[in-house]
Design a protein around this ligand. Structure first.
Ligand SMILES: *Cc1c(COP(=O)(O)O)cnc(C)c1O
Length: 387
């Protein structure tokens, strides 16, 4: 029986060697490798600054805090995302609302954002932060989103948890050309991994300084940033309320090693996507659509079971694939329909495009180490199930 997951990490001997070196070194955490990892990712993306943390969830939290999100504030994101993209607002005591998705990219729709902004102006309550999510690795229409945000003084944080290695208008995602900050995730199902880990990138120095403080208890050892004179060589100051969101040197070493393979990872994922596109074209499925401005990082390959063309329901297809040893998944249950979010008044029907997408979506196996034979098995099984 096959056992093919929908996603998994790709580690090799050099990754393991990189981690072993740290285990034998002086610093397991707060050492020099973290900054090397940050500089390498920032250089890859063409961003000025990067702050590595222990998860993308932590990254989103401190990005919101650095942007000044407070109780009474408001954050908008996509309903078609992992709950963390919305939870970060609640951590800050702020409110969350959603902007429905585009029916082809499954990303936040710029048209719906424009409409919602008009309504918000009429009601006199604009969001402080917008978090567009680059779903499946394909960038949102950042130029349009950034233009609207700028006009109204709204901070933009890209949730690029799916999208390191992807490109938008020929620039790497993470360059922050159209955002105040960009967040990556290094969870093992994502494009590159540190076990757990995340990063915030920015081109704004004042945000960078705040992010560094928030990552580690709000403590500084830099006399320039202190409110008072140092008492001596031991002196540090807590100047704000921060957290322990630090990543370890062990993880950063793994991340540095993984980063050297990022382009290879993306090339192989793209090859897998093109093969699916070709082989699944005749089936009653809606395949992922790519905007010409975007080169996806292909974190996910999502098909929609086209109810108009087949009598098979999504759940029948899903169950048949799972029964054949294929670890398909569904991304995402719209966040506003989660029980926790319904207490804020959200309900089914609020964001219909993300809901109809959700009812049809299945994520097929997509990862660097998915071999040709296993992909053929996935394709053949889908054919059998749908024909
Ligand atoms: C994975 C993911 C996160 C959270 O990442 P962690 O590193 O696991 O905290 C946030 N947003 C999106 C869109 C994700 O896919």
């Amino acid at each position: 029986m096959k056992n093919i997951p929908y996603a998994r990490q790709a580690l090799s001997d050099d990754d393991i060697q990189a981690v072993m070196e740290i285990l034998r070194s002086d610093f397991l955490t707060q050492g020099p490798v973290i900054e090397r990892f940050e500089k390498a990712v920032a250089a890859y993306c063409g961003a000025q600054y990067a702050v590595a943390v222990n998860s993308a969830t932590s990254a989103l939290h401190i990005a919101c805090l650095a942007a000044g999100l407070r109780p009474g504030g408001l954050l908008w994101t996509s309903p078609n995302t992992f709950v963390a993209s919305a939870n970060c607002a609640l951590y800050c005591g702020a409110d969350v609302d959603f902007v429905d998705i585009d029916d082809r990219t499954y990303n936040m729709s710029p048209e719906k954002l424009a409409d919602k902004l008009k309504q918000a102006i009429r009601r006199g309550k604009l969001p402080d932060i917008i978090i567009p999510v680059h779903f499946a690795g394909q960038s949102c229409h950042m130029e349009e989103i950034a233009a609207m945000a700028k006009k109204h003084g709204i901070t933009v944080i890209e949730d690029a948890s799916h999208a390191i290695g992807g490109r938008y208008k020929n620039n790497p995602i993470g360059s922050c050309d159209y955002a105040d900050m960009t967040v990556f995730s290094f969870h093992p199902v994502k494009i590159i991994t540190t076990g757990e880990g995340g990063m915030v990138l920015t081109n704004r120095e004042e945000l960078y300084r705040k992010l560094l403080l928030l990552r580690s208890h709000g403590i500084t050892r830099d006399p320039v940033q202190m409110k008072g004179a140092p008492h001596g060589g031991w002196y540090y100051e807590q100047t704000t309320l921060g957290y322990n969101y630090r990543i370890t040197d062990i993880q950063a070493a793994l991340g540095l090693s993984q980063l050297t393979k990022l382009d290879r990872f993306i090339a192989r994922r793209t090859e897998i996507a093109l093969k699916y596109n070709l082989e699944l074209a005749e089936l009653p499925l809606i395949l992922p659509w790519q905007h010409p401005d975007c080169q996806s990082a292909w974190h996910l390959y999502v098909v929609r079971v086209n109810a108009k063309k087949t009598r098979k329901s999504r759940i029948e297809v899903f169950d048949a694939l799972r029964a054949s040893g294929i670890g398909v998944n569904v991304h995402y249950i719209p966040v506003h329909t989660q029980p926790y979010y319904r207490q804020y008044g959200f309900k089914w029907g609020d964001f219909p495009e993300s809901e109809s997408y959700y009812r049809e979506a299945i994520s097929l196996p997509m990862y660097y180490l998915l071999d040709t034979e296993d992909q053929k098995y996935v394709i053949d099984t889908l054919r059998r199930v749908l024909m």
